[in-house]
Design a protein around this ligand. Structure first.
Ligand code: SD4
Length: 331
């Protein structure tokens, strides 16, 4: 049974249980944001992604500009980085865990809040597409490890060696000291989180990563966790994260940002508040980077990070632009 039908069937029995006020409050519109202001120019289509992945936004833009939907745009956009062996934080060429295995995490979410994810999956080059299959072809949201890999083969994905010579060489070098530390700068954080609005005004998002280099075997970060590394609500907007996933999970960062937008904050204000919450919990600890990116239903965008260096790529009718994000800690 296809996922959507399965969910529809299973919700029939519970439909009458929830009272109207609860449903009404779930769909409450933002009170004072520009989302209610008819004069604001709505920007669509539009695609944004973490970091300066201009090839990825260009690919997604091509899909959107031809009238394609946001879900196809984000899938095809992030696949560019998954295939790029020079990007050592996503897909093929990603840095391995401490045992030398490359394990990938990804998730995807559509305009109807359907979502799918794969966690800690090996040997498959495009985890975002497997995540989409989980969403569309199973009654589940997340598949992990061997089960995810097996499911991918059943869906026709090929087995691929993800460990490139370069990543192997660096891992062998790392093993000499085996010191695990989060490196703050941009080179260690290249996870791609992408958010798109199509010509119909519908939003979708995707996020894909090989996670932190030299992590414990089995470690999963924020990127494949719906609400942490990515969240989309077609009524409000979407958010995604990059950086040290453990910190993003602690505050369910992307969900928080979308909810802050629902309460009236702009994408920029919401991202700033998201970072501030993390910094408050860390009581002075500063040795990590987080970057948040958000978009609202009007196509307004915002980004904010802990340390300088994070930026996001954007593509609209006006072309492509890279926005350096403001940071909590100044240079
Ligand atoms: C993780 N958030 O696994 C990811 C890592 C990341 O750029 O964003 N790297 O924690």
């Amino acid at each position: 049974m296809k996922r959507r039908k399965f969910l529809k069937k299973s919700s029939i029995g519970t439909a009458g249980v929830f009272s109207t006020p609860l449903l009404a409050s779930c769909q409450e519109k933002p009170k004072d944001s520009t989302l209610l202001n008819d004069k604001v120019k709505i920007i669509k289509p539009i695609v944004v992604c973490t970091w300066n992945f201009h090839k990825a936004t260009a690919k997604a833009w091509k899909v959107l500009n031809m009238g394609g939907n946001a879900l196809d745009a984000v899938e095809q956009g992030v696949m560019i980085e998954e295939a790029d062996t020079n990007n050592q934080t996503v897909g093929v060429g990603g840095r391995p865990d401490r045992d030398g295995n490359v394990t990938l995490d990804a998730c995807i979410m559509d305009k109807e809040s359907n979502c799918g994810a794969v966690l800690c999956m090996q040997n498959i080059a495009h985890p975002i597409s497997v995540a989409r299959k989980v969403m569309e072809e199973t009654p589940h949201v997340m598949l992990a490890g061997k089960g995810a890999e097996q499911f991918a083969y059943e869906q026709g994905f090929n087995k691929t060696n993800l460990l490139t010579e370069q990543s192997k060489k660096e891992w062998l070098e790392w093993k000499k000291t085996s010191k695990y530390e989060t490196i703050i700068n941009i080179e260690n954080h290249d996870t791609i989180g992408m958010l798109a609005i199509d010509k119909n005004g519908d939003i979708a998002g995707g996020c894909t990563t090989s996670g932190m280099g030299y992590k414990y075997a089995g470690r999963v970060g924020d990127s494949p966790i719906i609400g942490a590394g990515l969240f989309v609500d077609n009524e409000i907007g979407g958010a995604t994260a990059t950086g040290v996933g453990e910190e993003v999970v602690r505050t369910v960062g992307s969900f928080l940002i979308v909810e802050l937008m629902r309460q009236g904050k702009s994408p920029q204000e919401a991202c700033e508040e998201g970072v501030k919450r993390i910094m408050q919990k860390n009581k002075g600890r500063k040795d990590f980077q987080i970057g948040f990116l958000a978009i609202n239903k009007n196509g307004e965008t915002g980004g904010y990070c802990v340390h300088p260096g994070f930026s996001y790529s954007q593509y609209t009718e006006e072309g492509q632009i890279n926005h350096p994000a403001e940071s909590f800690i100044k240079a």
